[in-house]
Design a protein around this ligand. Structure first.
Ligand SMILES: Nc1ncnc2c1ncn2[C@@H]1O[C@H](COP(=O)(O)OP(=O)(O)OP(=O)(O)O)[C@@H](O)[C@H]1O
Length: 551
């Protein structure tokens, strides 16, 4: 693949940079090419930091950065939480607070005893380090000394340790030469602070994102931090605005959604469709069953795993999962995957290793090398465990107890100080739940993927079936005061519009927007289904396929 002129400028700039990238403009391509290049100039004990928004995106970036057999050296690939824990809090909090009395466990505030929850009543999601008093830091410290790191506090905790531990700063400075953060538009305040502080150590800092793909404001993330970087003179500002992924009519439609004054690309065909199905979500599933073969032919789609059904709510995904007859796979997260205990991450990676051929055993281990280093005897034990796990899985009947026991053996070797009974319980729950277990398998060639719009971030498909185009649902709104339906209140119009934009721009060849005359609400009641405001926004219907449009 030949880089475009815009991409070349970024590849050739060896300094701090902020890149504002449109969907499908090759940001993952550019970051991975830059990392490939950086790795050539590093010594074995040095590395780059590459932070992605999800584990999945991180695995993708890592594999693209090392696709020619590059040596990752001492690089870090992972999420911001994992970075804060493994590179800052776990190794350096003990330098300032002392050594914990118990093995470290990562917990939610809500899972503490009531009297301890009360001592944290001052804590709220967006609180910043500057707003926290010494007494409040002592509370975080006491929990740490008792072996507990509270998930919600990881950002401020890491910022505190980084700021107050010279050893931590020296370690980061000596080890890392570059830091990349992808999806910067979904950064929280503490991530932004740590990024700037790391840059201050003379580590070259690159932030990449798209202001219009900001979809996590509800959890305290804000695109303003990315915007700030574009105005900061210490960062060179680049743009990537050529979308290589989507058909021109999809680019036009998505840009027009955000700004009706947008310049349209000439195109002779509009490949965005709208269908309002008679009936409810189950009838949408029946429509998909009936039309899927024709759609595949019309849009020349070789494999069904190139088709995605995207939903606003997990509820709609579940209805489709239960009703669809064509082979499909519901992609869902489970409590093990989102749990931040080290053992949970090891178990989750081991499940990927079992079910996904692209996931190697080395990936399970490498993620954790920074927690504990292995000696030859441990490496031999790990190789033996790998063989035992492969044998257990190859038998006709899966021996769940044996598998769990062997997973624990691996976790004990990789992270002996992070033993967690909570992780073991979560592993047991997943292994005993067939649909959760199935979500570790990649979609096979003939399966349609069903996933939420939020989970679709960073992915691409030939054809996207975008569901939940209902009034009240998307954009989300509630009746006003005293159940006033005439004066409704929108949840967050801009965030929902961005989410719609993310969904549409996942499509390479075509996108079908779907609603139905009935819909199921959160109490499983059937309601009349009206069209989403987004369907008729600023006469956007003119940019859709005309003939079959039903109004
Ligand atoms: N210079 C190029 N020439 C041709 N195709 C390209 C080029 N750069 C990127 N592409 C292709 O465009 C598509 C999108 O690239 P990539 O996945 O890197 O985009 P992205 O910017 O990370 O997307 P998003 O933010 O929407 O997830 C890929 O299929 C990639 O192969």
């Amino acid at each position: 693949m030949k880089p475009t002129d815009q991409q070349t400028l970024i590849l050739e700039h060896d300094g701090n940079a902020v890149v504002i990238a449109a969907p499908g403009s090759g940001k993952t391509y550019v970051i991975s090419e830059k990392i490939k290049h950086n790795l050539k100039s590093l010594f074995e004990h040095q590395g780059i930091i590459a932070i992605s928004y999800t584990n999945k995106a991180s695995i993708e970036l890592k594999s693209r950065s090392l696709s020619n057999g590059e040596n990752p050296m001492s690089s870090f690939f992972g999420t911001i939480d994992k970075f804060n824990l493994s590179e800052i809090i776990i190794p350096f909090a003990k330098h300032i607070f002392g050594i914990p009395k118990k093995d470290i466990k990562i917990s939610k505030i809500q899972s503490l005893p009531n009297e301890e929850i009360d001592t944290l009543s001052w804590f709220y999601r967006n609180i910043t380090l500057q707003e926290i008093t010494d007494d409040q830091i002592s509370i975080i410290k006491d929990h740490f000394l008792n072996g507990v790191i509270l998930i919600e506090t990881i950002g401020v905790f890491a910022n505190y340790v980084f700021t107050n531990s010279v050893a931590c700063q020296n370690y980061i400075r000596a080890r890392y030469k570059y830091i990349y953060i992808d999806e910067y538009q979904d950064s929280g305040y503490e991530q932004h602070e740590i990024f700037l502080k790391i840059k201050f150590l003379n580590i070259k800092a690159v932030a990449v994102g798209d202001l219009n793909q900001s979809i996590y404001a509800f959890s305290g993330k804000d695109a303003k931090y990315l915007e700030e970087l574009t105005k900061d003179d210490s960062f060179k500002y680049f743009k990537l605005d050529k979308n290589h992924r989507c058909h021109p009519s999809i680019i036009n439609y998505s840009n027009y959604l955000l700004n009706p004054k947008t310049e349209l690309i000439p195109t002779d065909q509009n490949l965005i469709f709208f269908r309002r199905i008679e009936g409810n979500e189950k009838d949408i599933a029946a429509w998909v069953d009936k039309n899927i073969e024709q759609l595949q032919k019309d849009f020349v789609i070789e494999k069904r795993n190139q088709i995605a059904i995207l939903t606003r709510t997990t509820r709609t995904g579940e209805i489709l999962n239960q009703t669809l007859k064509v082979p499909h796979k519901l992609s869902i997260s489970n409590d093990l995957d989102i749990n931040l205990n080290v053992w949970s991450a090891i178990f989750s990676n081991l499940l990927y290793f079992i079910f996904d051929n692209d996931f190697k055993f080395i990936d399970v281990i490498e993620v954790f090398t920074t927690y504990d280093k292995f000696n030859t005897a441990d490496l031999k034990k790990l190789t033996d465990s790998k063989k035992i796990i492969e044998t257990i899985v190859s038998r006709d009947q899966l021996d769940i107890d044996l598998l769990i026991t062997e997973f624990i053996v691996v976790a004990q070797i990789i992270a002996p100080n992070s033993k967690s009974t909570e992780s073991i319980a979560l592993l047991e729950a997943v292994i005993n739940n067939p649909s959760e277990l199935k979500s570790y398998e990649p979609a096979s060639d003939n399966e349609i993927t069903i996933l939420t719009l939020h989970k679709s971030k960073g992915l691409e498909f030939d054809l996207v079936l975008h569901l939940d185009m209902y009034e009240w649902i998307f954009p989300n709104k509630q009746p006003g005061k005293n159940n006033d339906f005439k004066n409704p209140i929108y949840g967050d119009w801009t965030q929902d519009l961005n989410l719609h934009y993310v969904g549409i721009t996942r499509a390479k060849k075509a996108c079908i927007l779907l609603s139905s005359t009935k819909r199921t609400n959160h109490e499983e009641k059937t309601k009349n289904g009206a069209d989403s405001e987004f369907i008729w926004l600023n006469n956007i219907e003119n940019l859709r396929y005309k003939k079959k449009d039903i109004k």
